[in-house]
Design a protein around this ligand. Structure first.
Ligand code: EPU
Length: 336
């Protein structure tokens, strides 16, 4: 059922916990409710606010926010070794991972403890520990505001890239994701190649789904601040892709600098966290905002920060990296 809130306090609805208000917020469950909501035409300003984990409000929002709250996870079918699961947009992503682990279904265990809702997963193609949402997403269901109809997009048309998708570009502001369909496997497919994952999994007795989930949770909890305790939006910046010549020049000067293959030809990916750290900004604090002391990619609200203070800090971090390395780092967080 639709729930409507007027002049709503967003503090508890964004993981940065910045205190801004929205003129109107509507929680919806079904596509029919969305159709009714947009029946008289879309308001001038509207956007989707899902878990609020990748968004920074820098001012009050004078439009309409729509929030999915539907909670179903349904087994669809099993075909060619793949188990298809349909997940409502309002399901907490990590509840889905726990559900999959309980059902002995492989594919998303490395994405344990990523905050946010399932409907937001395709938007920025969430990823961690060598896996991305695009590895399992098969189809995305959405309501198209212009046509008033439902649309289903196969993964091949979602233009997935590193923290990228069509939902951040051509479909931005035009659709509301209502569900995703993912493909999981009953056959063990452990991916332990990233960082400390293998060691942590072995320490727990080997590569079972439960051990991998527990290991990932432990690694994340050791590095990333809990949004319930310290307001933040995970990685504030994306790891930058640079020309190979730039990467080589930097690595000649800093041989210990991490370097990853890029999905773009002729480019390499750098670790923004490393760059920020070496630029001396890790743990930097200014009033109520700061750079997290254990993971330099994360900006935190120590309490009472405004969105503008966070932005000012982000600009300072970007400038420090630019000055030291000549590299631009872009924000991953959606700034409103
Ligand atoms: N590093 C530092 N100092 C720091 C942080 C990182 O030197 O303060 C170094 C690390 O030692 C490592 C390298 O930078 O050599 C990369 O660090 P890490 O493995 O922690 O991963 P990341 O590149 O910082 C990315 C994702 C995270 C994801 C982890 C694990 C991005 C922007 N971030 O971080 O995603 O959890 O890999 O896969 O791609 C998120 O998107 O919100 C997020 C947390």
């Amino acid at each position: 059922m639709t729930q409507v809130f007027e002049h709503v306090d967003l503090t508890g609805r964004n993981s940065f916990h910045v205190k801004q208000h929205a003129a109107r917020l509507v929680e919806f469950e079904t596509a029919e409710e969305l159709r009714a909501l947009f029946a008289g035409g879309a308001p001038e300003r509207w956007t989707v606010l899902a878990g609020g984990n990748n968004i920074l409000f820098t001012r009050d929002y004078d439009g309409l926010l729509v929030t999915p709250v539907s909670q179903r996870i349904a087994l669809l079918d099993e075909c060619g070794g793949e188990v298809r699961v349909r997940v409502d947009a309002g399901v907490e992503w990590d509840d889905l991972v726990e559900w999959a682990v309980r059902h002995e279904l492989w594919g998303i265990e490395n994405l344990s403890l990523i905050p946010g809702k399932a409907g937001a997963a395709p938007v920025q193609n969430i990823g961690a520990y060598g896996r991305e949402a695009k590895d399992v997403i098969r189809r995305v269901e959405m309501y198209c505001v212009e046509s008033g109809s439902m649309l289903t997009l196969d993964a091949a048309h979602c233009e997935f890239g590193y923290r990228e998708s069509i939902f951040k570009h051509a479909l931005k502001g035009r659709v509301v994701i209502t569900a995703i369909e993912i493909g999981l496997s009953r056959t063990p497919q452990p991916h332990l190649g990233y960082g400390d994952v293998e060691r942590e999994v072995e320490a727990r007795g080997g590569a079972t789904l439960r051990n991998i989930r527990d290991a990932i949770i432990a690694i994340r909890q050791a590095k990333l601040p809990d949004t319930a305790v310290l307001g933040n939006a995970g990685s504030f910046f994306k790891n930058p892709s640079v020309e190979l010549s730039v990467a080589e020049r930097l690595q000649a000067e800093w041989p210990e600098m991490p370097l990853y293959p890029s999905q773009e030809a002729g480019k390499a990916k750098l670790a923004a966290g490393w760059l920020i750290d070496r630029a001396g900004m890790k743990g930097y604090r200014e009033g109520s905002v700061g750079v997290h002391e254990r993971q330099a990619l994360v900006l935190v609200n120590h309490g009472g920060a405004t969105g503008s203070e966070v932005i000012a800090l982000a600009r300072k971090v970007q400038a420090a990296v630019r000055d030291k390395f000549g590299v631009e780092i872009d924000t991953e967080v959606n700034i409103l």
